[in-house]
Write a protein that binds this ligand. Structure first.
Ligand SMILES: Cc1cc2nc3c(=O)[nH]c(=O)nc-3n(C[C@H](O)[C@H](O)[C@H](O)COP(=O)(O)O)c2cc1C
Length: 375
Protein backbone atom coordinates (compact mmCIF):
# COMPACT_ATOMS: atom_id res chain seq x y z
CA UNK A 1 0.00 0.00 0.00
CA UNK A 2 1.10 3.54 -0.73
CA UNK A 3 2.10 4.90 2.70
CA UNK A 4 0.51 8.26 2.12
CA UNK A 5 -2.92 6.66 2.49
CA UNK A 6 -2.10 5.10 5.87
CA UNK A 7 -4.06 7.75 7.84
CA UNK A 8 -7.27 6.48 6.20
CA UNK A 9 -6.52 2.99 7.48
CA UNK A 10 -6.12 3.84 11.17
CA UNK A 11 -8.67 2.18 13.39
CA UNK A 12 -11.15 4.11 15.56
CA UNK A 13 -12.53 3.09 18.95
CA UNK A 14 -16.16 4.08 19.45
CA UNK A 15 -17.36 5.15 22.91
CA UNK A 16 -18.95 1.71 23.48
CA UNK A 17 -15.63 -0.06 23.04
CA UNK A 18 -16.21 -1.24 19.46
CA UNK A 19 -13.29 -0.76 17.08
CA UNK A 20 -13.88 0.22 13.47
CA UNK A 21 -10.90 -0.97 11.47
CA UNK A 22 -10.50 2.16 9.34
CA UNK A 23 -12.06 5.49 8.40
CA UNK A 24 -13.77 4.43 5.17
CA UNK A 25 -17.54 4.02 5.14
CA UNK A 26 -19.89 2.86 2.40
CA UNK A 27 -22.61 5.56 2.42
CA UNK A 28 -26.20 4.33 2.51
CA UNK A 29 -27.25 3.76 -1.11
CA UNK A 30 -30.72 2.76 -2.18
CA UNK A 31 -30.49 0.68 -5.33
CA UNK A 32 -34.24 0.51 -6.04
CA UNK A 33 -34.27 -3.24 -6.21
CA UNK A 34 -35.80 -5.63 -3.73
CA UNK A 35 -38.25 -8.50 -3.63
CA UNK A 36 -41.86 -8.06 -2.48
CA UNK A 37 -40.83 -8.60 1.16
CA UNK A 38 -37.64 -6.54 0.88
CA UNK A 39 -35.46 -9.52 0.01
CA UNK A 40 -32.18 -9.32 -1.89
CA UNK A 41 -32.76 -10.07 -5.56
CA UNK A 42 -30.21 -11.63 -7.90
CA UNK A 43 -29.35 -8.18 -9.28
CA UNK A 44 -29.01 -6.68 -5.79
CA UNK A 45 -26.68 -9.52 -4.76
CA UNK A 46 -24.67 -8.95 -7.90
CA UNK A 47 -24.40 -5.25 -7.09
CA UNK A 48 -23.31 -5.74 -3.46
CA UNK A 49 -21.25 -8.94 -3.73
CA UNK A 50 -17.79 -7.34 -3.42
CA UNK A 51 -18.33 -3.63 -2.83
CA UNK A 52 -17.46 -3.64 0.91
CA UNK A 53 -13.97 -5.05 0.55
CA UNK A 54 -11.54 -2.86 2.46
CA UNK A 55 -14.23 -0.68 4.12
CA UNK A 56 -14.55 -0.36 7.89
CA UNK A 57 -18.28 0.20 7.82
CA UNK A 58 -21.17 -0.44 5.46
CA UNK A 59 -24.31 1.56 6.14
CA UNK A 60 -27.25 -0.29 4.62
CA UNK A 61 -29.72 1.49 2.36
CA UNK A 62 -32.85 3.06 3.85
CA UNK A 63 -34.63 0.13 5.52
CA UNK A 64 -38.35 0.38 6.21
CA UNK A 65 -39.37 0.02 9.86
CA UNK A 66 -43.06 -0.14 9.05
CA UNK A 67 -45.09 -0.95 5.92
CA UNK A 68 -46.85 2.42 6.14
CA UNK A 69 -43.54 4.10 5.40
CA UNK A 70 -42.49 2.41 2.15
CA UNK A 71 -41.62 4.91 -0.56
CA UNK A 72 -39.48 2.86 -2.92
CA UNK A 73 -38.05 -0.63 -3.36
CA UNK A 74 -35.78 -1.19 -0.39
CA UNK A 75 -35.13 -3.66 2.44
CA UNK A 76 -37.67 -4.16 5.24
CA UNK A 77 -37.22 -4.62 8.98
CA UNK A 78 -40.64 -4.90 10.54
CA UNK A 79 -41.27 -8.62 10.82
CA UNK A 80 -39.36 -11.66 12.02
CA UNK A 81 -39.95 -13.23 8.62
CA UNK A 82 -37.49 -10.68 7.23
CA UNK A 83 -34.66 -12.01 9.40
CA UNK A 84 -33.24 -14.32 6.70
CA UNK A 85 -32.79 -11.30 4.39
CA UNK A 86 -31.22 -9.19 7.10
CA UNK A 87 -28.89 -12.08 7.95
CA UNK A 88 -27.89 -12.28 4.32
CA UNK A 89 -26.90 -8.59 4.34
CA UNK A 90 -24.87 -9.24 7.50
CA UNK A 91 -23.10 -12.18 5.89
CA UNK A 92 -22.32 -10.17 2.76
CA UNK A 93 -20.68 -7.41 4.81
CA UNK A 94 -18.88 -9.61 7.34
CA UNK A 95 -17.47 -11.91 4.68
CA UNK A 96 -15.83 -8.82 3.21
CA UNK A 97 -14.54 -7.67 6.59
CA UNK A 98 -16.83 -4.66 7.06
CA UNK A 99 -19.13 -3.93 9.98
CA UNK A 100 -22.76 -3.41 9.01
CA UNK A 101 -25.16 -0.76 10.23
CA UNK A 102 -28.82 -0.88 9.21
CA UNK A 103 -30.33 2.50 8.32
CA UNK A 104 -33.80 2.75 9.85
CA UNK A 105 -36.27 4.90 7.99
CA UNK A 106 -39.91 5.72 7.38
CA UNK A 107 -40.98 7.87 4.44
CA UNK A 108 -43.85 9.59 6.32
CA UNK A 109 -45.99 11.58 3.90
CA UNK A 110 -43.62 10.68 1.07
CA UNK A 111 -44.64 7.01 1.24
CA UNK A 112 -46.24 5.67 -1.92
CA UNK A 113 -49.82 4.49 -1.22
CA UNK A 114 -49.46 1.66 -3.75
CA UNK A 115 -46.52 0.28 -1.72
CA UNK A 116 -47.82 0.55 1.85
CA UNK A 117 -49.70 -2.77 1.86
CA UNK A 118 -53.04 -1.13 2.51
CA UNK A 119 -51.78 0.95 5.44
CA UNK A 120 -52.55 4.65 5.49
CA UNK A 121 -49.81 7.10 4.59
CA UNK A 122 -48.88 8.84 7.84
CA UNK A 123 -47.43 12.24 8.67
CA UNK A 124 -46.89 14.48 11.69
CA UNK A 125 -49.29 16.80 9.90
CA UNK A 126 -51.56 15.24 7.30
CA UNK A 127 -52.62 18.56 5.88
CA UNK A 128 -49.19 18.68 4.22
CA UNK A 129 -50.10 16.09 1.63
CA UNK A 130 -53.28 14.81 0.13
CA UNK A 131 -53.91 11.23 1.26
CA UNK A 132 -51.68 11.52 4.34
CA UNK A 133 -53.19 11.10 7.79
CA UNK A 134 -52.12 13.17 10.80
CA UNK A 135 -50.68 10.71 13.30
CA UNK A 136 -52.53 10.44 16.60
CA UNK A 137 -50.86 9.72 19.95
CA UNK A 138 -51.33 5.96 19.58
CA UNK A 139 -49.84 5.95 16.08
CA UNK A 140 -46.84 7.96 17.26
CA UNK A 141 -46.20 5.55 20.11
CA UNK A 142 -46.55 2.62 17.71
CA UNK A 143 -44.08 4.24 15.33
CA UNK A 144 -41.48 4.70 18.07
CA UNK A 145 -41.97 1.02 18.91
CA UNK A 146 -41.52 0.16 15.21
CA UNK A 147 -38.07 1.77 15.20
CA UNK A 148 -37.19 -0.13 18.39
CA UNK A 149 -38.51 -3.36 16.89
CA UNK A 150 -36.33 -2.86 13.80
CA UNK A 151 -33.32 -2.48 16.09
CA UNK A 152 -34.33 -5.72 17.83
CA UNK A 153 -34.43 -7.43 14.43
CA UNK A 154 -31.02 -5.94 13.73
CA UNK A 155 -29.64 -7.50 16.89
CA UNK A 156 -31.22 -10.85 16.09
CA UNK A 157 -29.85 -10.76 12.55
CA UNK A 158 -26.30 -10.09 13.74
CA UNK A 159 -26.05 -6.45 12.61
CA UNK A 160 -23.35 -4.36 14.27
CA UNK A 161 -25.76 -1.50 14.80
CA UNK A 162 -28.41 0.80 13.41
CA UNK A 163 -28.53 4.37 12.15
CA UNK A 164 -31.63 6.52 12.47
CA UNK A 165 -32.45 8.14 9.14
CA UNK A 166 -33.14 11.66 10.42
CA UNK A 167 -32.22 13.46 7.19
CA UNK A 168 -33.52 14.21 3.71
CA UNK A 169 -37.15 14.93 4.54
CA UNK A 170 -38.31 11.50 5.72
CA UNK A 171 -40.59 10.95 8.71
CA UNK A 172 -38.06 11.65 11.47
CA UNK A 173 -37.07 14.92 9.81
CA UNK A 174 -40.74 15.72 9.11
CA UNK A 175 -41.26 15.83 12.89
CA UNK A 176 -38.17 18.06 13.26
CA UNK A 177 -39.17 20.44 10.46
CA UNK A 178 -41.34 23.44 11.37
CA UNK A 179 -42.64 23.45 7.78
CA UNK A 180 -43.90 19.85 8.01
CA UNK A 181 -44.91 19.74 11.66
CA UNK A 182 -47.67 22.11 12.77
CA UNK A 183 -48.70 20.08 15.79
CA UNK A 184 -49.46 21.74 19.06
CA UNK A 185 -49.04 18.77 21.37
CA UNK A 186 -46.02 17.04 22.93
CA UNK A 187 -44.70 16.26 19.43
CA UNK A 188 -44.70 19.68 17.79
CA UNK A 189 -44.79 23.42 18.26
CA UNK A 190 -41.63 24.70 19.90
CA UNK A 191 -38.17 23.61 18.76
CA UNK A 192 -37.89 21.53 21.92
CA UNK A 193 -41.12 19.69 21.18
CA UNK A 194 -40.12 19.02 17.58
CA UNK A 195 -37.14 17.14 19.00
CA UNK A 196 -39.32 14.84 21.09
CA UNK A 197 -40.03 12.23 18.39
CA UNK A 198 -36.41 11.66 17.44
CA UNK A 199 -35.25 11.66 21.06
CA UNK A 200 -37.94 9.11 21.95
CA UNK A 201 -36.73 6.85 19.12
CA UNK A 202 -33.15 7.06 20.37
CA UNK A 203 -34.26 6.17 23.91
CA UNK A 204 -36.43 3.29 22.70
CA UNK A 205 -33.57 1.79 20.70
CA UNK A 206 -31.22 2.23 23.62
CA UNK A 207 -33.66 0.32 25.83
CA UNK A 208 -33.65 -2.55 23.34
CA UNK A 209 -29.85 -2.63 23.53
CA UNK A 210 -30.04 -2.72 27.30
CA UNK A 211 -32.66 -5.45 27.29
CA UNK A 212 -30.41 -7.60 25.13
CA UNK A 213 -27.30 -6.54 27.10
CA UNK A 214 -25.75 -5.36 23.87
CA UNK A 215 -23.92 -2.15 24.72
CA UNK A 216 -21.66 -3.00 21.77
CA UNK A 217 -24.60 -2.53 19.37
CA UNK A 218 -23.84 0.74 17.56
CA UNK A 219 -26.41 3.54 17.36
CA UNK A 220 -25.83 6.42 14.93
CA UNK A 221 -27.91 9.36 13.75
CA UNK A 222 -27.99 10.93 10.26
CA UNK A 223 -29.16 14.54 9.86
CA UNK A 224 -29.41 17.15 7.10
CA UNK A 225 -27.22 20.24 7.46
CA UNK A 226 -30.03 22.69 6.75
CA UNK A 227 -33.18 22.84 4.68
CA UNK A 228 -34.36 26.44 4.57
CA UNK A 229 -37.49 25.49 2.63
CA UNK A 230 -38.36 23.04 5.40
CA UNK A 231 -37.93 25.87 7.84
CA UNK A 232 -34.65 24.95 9.45
CA UNK A 233 -31.22 26.41 8.93
CA UNK A 234 -27.79 25.65 10.33
CA UNK A 235 -28.85 27.33 13.55
CA UNK A 236 -31.50 24.68 14.27
CA UNK A 237 -29.20 21.86 13.15
CA UNK A 238 -26.55 23.07 15.58
CA UNK A 239 -29.13 23.05 18.35
CA UNK A 240 -30.09 19.52 17.24
CA UNK A 241 -26.45 18.51 17.63
CA UNK A 242 -26.40 19.95 21.15
CA UNK A 243 -29.29 17.62 21.99
CA UNK A 244 -27.84 14.60 20.20
CA UNK A 245 -24.44 14.69 21.88
CA UNK A 246 -26.18 14.18 25.21
CA UNK A 247 -27.75 10.93 24.04
CA UNK A 248 -26.22 7.42 24.15
CA UNK A 249 -25.08 7.51 20.51
CA UNK A 250 -21.86 6.25 18.93
CA UNK A 251 -21.66 8.60 15.94
CA UNK A 252 -23.29 11.38 13.96
CA UNK A 253 -23.55 11.34 10.18
CA UNK A 254 -24.32 14.43 8.14
CA UNK A 255 -25.97 14.14 4.74
CA UNK A 256 -24.06 16.33 2.27
CA UNK A 257 -23.65 16.27 -1.48
CA UNK A 258 -20.33 18.07 -1.18
CA UNK A 259 -17.84 17.60 1.65
CA UNK A 260 -16.75 21.24 1.34
CA UNK A 261 -20.18 22.89 1.05
CA UNK A 262 -20.79 26.09 2.97
CA UNK A 263 -23.84 27.17 4.93
CA UNK A 264 -26.68 28.91 3.19
CA UNK A 265 -28.21 30.34 6.34
CA UNK A 266 -27.77 30.42 10.07
CA UNK A 267 -23.99 30.13 10.41
CA UNK A 268 -20.66 31.66 9.42
CA UNK A 269 -20.36 31.38 5.63
CA UNK A 270 -16.57 31.58 5.79
CA UNK A 271 -16.41 28.04 7.15
CA UNK A 272 -17.70 24.79 5.69
CA UNK A 273 -20.77 23.13 7.17
CA UNK A 274 -18.74 20.12 8.20
CA UNK A 275 -16.15 22.28 9.94
CA UNK A 276 -18.89 24.10 11.86
CA UNK A 277 -20.62 20.86 12.91
CA UNK A 278 -17.33 19.30 13.93
CA UNK A 279 -16.44 22.27 16.10
CA UNK A 280 -19.86 22.16 17.75
CA UNK A 281 -19.61 18.42 18.49
CA UNK A 282 -16.24 19.19 20.09
CA UNK A 283 -15.04 15.59 20.20
CA UNK A 284 -18.09 14.28 22.09
CA UNK A 285 -18.90 11.92 19.20
CA UNK A 286 -17.21 11.04 15.93
CA UNK A 287 -18.70 12.55 12.78
CA UNK A 288 -19.05 10.91 9.36
CA UNK A 289 -18.47 13.37 6.51
CA UNK A 290 -19.50 12.72 2.90
CA UNK A 291 -19.96 14.31 -0.47
CA UNK A 292 -18.46 14.14 -3.97
CA UNK A 293 -15.23 12.39 -3.01
CA UNK A 294 -13.89 9.79 -5.43
CA UNK A 295 -10.12 9.31 -5.64
CA UNK A 296 -7.73 8.30 -2.89
CA UNK A 297 -6.17 11.76 -2.99
CA UNK A 298 -9.55 13.50 -2.70
CA UNK A 299 -10.55 11.25 0.19
CA UNK A 300 -7.23 11.71 1.96
CA UNK A 301 -7.32 15.48 1.55
CA UNK A 302 -10.88 15.59 2.93
CA UNK A 303 -9.96 13.37 5.87
CA UNK A 304 -6.89 15.46 6.66
CA UNK A 305 -9.01 18.60 7.06
CA UNK A 306 -9.81 17.03 10.42
CA UNK A 307 -13.50 17.91 10.05
CA UNK A 308 -14.71 14.33 10.27
CA UNK A 309 -13.43 11.15 11.87
CA UNK A 310 -14.86 9.01 9.06
CA UNK A 311 -15.41 9.59 5.35
CA UNK A 312 -18.39 8.01 3.59
CA UNK A 313 -18.38 7.29 -0.13
CA UNK A 314 -21.55 6.89 -2.15
CA UNK A 315 -21.29 7.47 -5.89
CA UNK A 316 -17.61 6.49 -5.86
CA UNK A 317 -18.65 3.04 -4.61
CA UNK A 318 -21.37 2.84 -7.26
CA UNK A 319 -18.87 3.50 -10.06
CA UNK A 320 -15.97 1.52 -8.56
CA UNK A 321 -16.87 -1.81 -6.98
CA UNK A 322 -13.19 -2.21 -6.06
CA UNK A 323 -12.64 1.32 -4.76
CA UNK A 324 -10.49 0.55 -1.71
CA UNK A 325 -8.36 -1.90 -3.66
CA UNK A 326 -7.67 0.78 -6.28
CA UNK A 327 -6.67 3.25 -3.56
CA UNK A 328 -4.47 0.77 -1.71
CA UNK A 329 -2.63 -0.30 -4.82
CA UNK A 330 -2.02 3.29 -5.95
CA UNK A 331 -4.32 3.20 -8.99
CA UNK A 332 -5.97 6.54 -8.37
CA UNK A 333 -6.05 7.30 -12.09
CA UNK A 334 -8.22 4.21 -12.67
CA UNK A 335 -10.93 5.40 -10.29
CA UNK A 336 -14.02 6.41 -12.24
CA UNK A 337 -15.71 9.67 -11.34
CA UNK A 338 -18.47 9.83 -13.94
CA UNK A 339 -20.87 7.29 -15.36
CA UNK A 340 -19.75 5.80 -18.66
CA UNK A 341 -22.11 3.59 -20.69
CA UNK A 342 -19.11 1.64 -21.97
CA UNK A 343 -18.46 0.39 -18.44
CA UNK A 344 -21.90 -0.76 -17.31
CA UNK A 345 -20.73 -4.34 -16.93
CA UNK A 346 -18.21 -3.18 -14.36
CA UNK A 347 -20.77 -1.14 -12.38
CA UNK A 348 -23.33 -3.97 -12.23
CA UNK A 349 -26.18 -1.49 -11.65
CA UNK A 350 -29.64 -2.86 -10.98
CA UNK A 351 -32.21 -2.63 -13.81
CA UNK A 352 -33.98 0.33 -12.13
CA UNK A 353 -30.70 2.22 -11.76
CA UNK A 354 -29.88 1.67 -15.43
CA UNK A 355 -33.38 2.68 -16.45
CA UNK A 356 -33.03 5.90 -14.46
CA UNK A 357 -29.72 6.60 -16.20
CA UNK A 358 -31.31 5.97 -19.59
CA UNK A 359 -34.11 8.40 -18.79
CA UNK A 360 -31.53 10.85 -17.41
CA UNK A 361 -33.30 10.91 -14.05
CA UNK A 362 -31.46 12.00 -10.96
CA UNK A 363 -30.49 8.77 -9.23
CA UNK A 364 -29.93 10.59 -5.99
CA UNK A 365 -31.95 9.47 -3.14
CA UNK A 366 -33.68 12.81 -2.73
CA UNK A 367 -36.01 11.98 -5.60
CA UNK A 368 -36.64 8.25 -5.29
CA UNK A 369 -40.25 8.62 -6.39
CA UNK A 370 -38.96 9.58 -9.85
CA UNK A 371 -36.94 6.42 -10.22
CA UNK A 372 -38.88 3.98 -12.37
CA UNK A 373 -39.88 0.62 -11.07
CA UNK A 374 -37.81 -2.38 -11.97
CA UNK A 375 -38.78 -3.85 -15.31
C1 LIG B 1 -28.48 6.25 -5.75
C2 LIG B 1 -28.38 6.87 -4.40
C3 LIG B 1 -29.06 6.30 -3.33
C4 LIG B 1 -28.98 6.85 -2.04
N1 LIG B 1 -29.65 6.24 -1.00
C5 LIG B 1 -29.56 6.75 0.26
C6 LIG B 1 -30.17 6.10 1.36
O1 LIG B 1 -30.80 5.05 1.23
N2 LIG B 1 -30.07 6.68 2.58
C7 LIG B 1 -29.37 7.85 2.78
O2 LIG B 1 -29.30 8.34 3.90
N3 LIG B 1 -28.74 8.46 1.75
C8 LIG B 1 -28.79 7.94 0.51
N4 LIG B 1 -28.12 8.54 -0.53
C9 LIG B 1 -27.22 9.67 -0.24
C10 LIG B 1 -25.79 9.13 -0.07
O3 LIG B 1 -25.70 8.36 1.12
C11 LIG B 1 -24.74 10.26 0.02
O4 LIG B 1 -25.03 11.09 1.11
C12 LIG B 1 -24.72 11.14 -1.26
O5 LIG B 1 -24.77 10.34 -2.42
C13 LIG B 1 -23.45 12.01 -1.29
O6 LIG B 1 -22.30 11.21 -1.25
P1 LIG B 1 -21.44 10.88 -2.60
O7 LIG B 1 -21.12 12.20 -3.22
O8 LIG B 1 -20.23 10.15 -2.10
O9 LIG B 1 -22.32 10.06 -3.49
C14 LIG B 1 -28.20 8.01 -1.82
C15 LIG B 1 -27.50 8.57 -2.90
C16 LIG B 1 -27.57 8.03 -4.16
C17 LIG B 1 -26.79 8.63 -5.29
Amino acid sequence: MNDKYLPLFQSYDLNNGVTIKNRLVVAPLTIYDSGSNGELTASARRFWQDRFNGFGLFIMPFTNVDPSGIGFESPNAFSDNQLPTLREYVKLAHQQGAKIIMQLGHAGYKARPEMTRGFKVLAPDGTMRRRAQTMNEGQIQKMITAFANAARLGIKAGMDGVEIQGSNGWLVEQFFSPAANHREDHWGGSFQKRLNFLLAIIDAIDQVRQRYQRSDFILGYRFSPERPREGFTMRESLALIDALVQKPLQYLHVSLLNFYSRPRRGADRQQTRLQIFHQRIAGKLPLIGVGSLYTGDQILRAYQTGWSEFVALGRAVMLNPDLVQLIKTGHDEAIETTFNWQHVDRYRYTPAMLQAKREKLDLAYRTPHRVPKRR
